[in-house]
Design a protein. Structure first.
Length: 147
């Protein structure tokens, strides 16, 4: 993984983060946000994966169902955010749409993926912190914009 700052103004930074073949997306991105000490950011990316694990939140069960993707796919869309979890750790939340060879698509929460050949991320840090709070209705920790 390589990165560099593209712009910096009024406490807001924009980074290019580029991953290469074999990089595991969640691990590399977590390392990056921890190293840069990001507490509020949004990002988008394009590229391709050799494999992935997507998840779907089952509302009735209040749990995630995991779907393995064991084929080369294009990252047609990848969007996410960074916020502080209730325990103070940096939490990454990613949704993605993956395109198959036949043009069909898969979508969901990204839990794991290996890059092949590249993943190009543009990440913008906000100077304000975002915090997640426990939501008893869903059983999830969700961003709450209030302090």
């Amino acid at each position: 993984m390589q990165s560099r700052i593209l712009a910096e103004e009024n406490g807001q930074k924009t980074y290019a983060v580029v991953m290469e073949t074999g990089d595991e997306v969640m691990t590399c991105l977590q390392d990056f946000v921890d190293q840069e000490r990001l507490s509020a950011a949004e990002f988008s990316a394009i590229g391709a994966f050799s494999d992935a694990v997507l998840a779907y939140f089952d509302w009735e069960k209040k749990d995630y169902l995991h779907n393995s993707v064991d084929e080369q796919v294009e990252v047609a869309s990848l969007n996410g955010d960074v916020a502080l979890a209730p325990d103070g750790k940096r939490a990454i939340h990613i949704h993605t749409v993956l395109g198959r060879r036949d043009g069909s698509a898969l979508a969901g929460h990204l839990k794991e993926a290996h890059v092949r050949p590249t993943l190009e991320i543009i990440l913008t840090e906000s100077p304000e912190h975002l915090r997640k709070r426990y939501d008893p209705q869903s059983g999830l920790v969700l961003i709450r914009p209030e302090g």
